[in-house]
Design a protein around this ligand. Sequence first.
Ligand SMILES: [Zn+2]
Ligand SMILES: [Zn+2]
Ligand SMILES: [Zn+2]
Ligand SMILES: [Zn+2]
Ligand SMILES: [Zn+2]
Length: 248
Amino acid sequence: MKTSVQFGIIANSKTRVRCIFCKVYIPKANKCIEQHINGSKHKENFELMTENGISFNTDILYCKPCKSYLPDNHSISEHIEGAAHANWVAAMDDLVDGEFIRLNAYLSSDTENVFCEVCKKNIHCTLQNIEEHVNSLNHRSHIVEKLKPINGIFRVNNEDEVWCKVCDEYIDSHVLNILEHIDEDDHHMEWFMEIEDLMEGQDMSIVNYLANEFEKFAYCNKCKVEIICNAQSIEQHVNSESHLNQFS
Ligand SMILES: [Zn+2]
Ligand SMILES: [Zn+2]
Ligand SMILES: [Zn+2]
Ligand SMILES: [Zn+2]
Ligand SMILES: [Zn+2]
């Protein structure tokens, strides 16, 4: 009988095999092994591995983020909940949040790089490298270009300024200034909160309104009508009989 390394099952003795994901011994019979591999505990461990950058090398588990082998008496969940690993994950999640950096691909494969979608660039994945990258002006300007069309921000003839359609306001075109407007300007944020709140679950879209300078309307996909894009009109529309009828 073959033992399948692919599933973390390795030969142990004449009568049993071992699952290195689950740290358990299994009778050496196809039926028992199959049952184990299809069991929820095994699947859960395998999922934890792919979510956490843990792979296996013949008979030992290796954690890529921690750059360390897991001691044989350590379960996968023990390792993940341990301080070193948990701190890495928390710090990394914090760094890549909203930065268009694909961490999952790094964690679930054997690459040493993460891919930055906005810079179209691979970065060798260490906390320090990622921190440097996300704070670089180059990355921040790519982020701004990505955020402009979903925030209603447009270039104007004067290069020193951009125009925020949502706030009808000219703002300094420096990258950090635009990001500050998007993330911290009260009026800007409140507009989005109010509109998104009204549109939630209503199958309406303001994508075109935000991306096209001259578009005046939000669009209701249910009623196939355009609605002036402001809180008052949208509120009227979502409460109108014709709109509500589309949902009944
Ligand atoms: Zn297992
Ligand atoms: Zn780890
Ligand atoms: Zn980048
Ligand atoms: Zn604004
Ligand atoms: Zn409608």
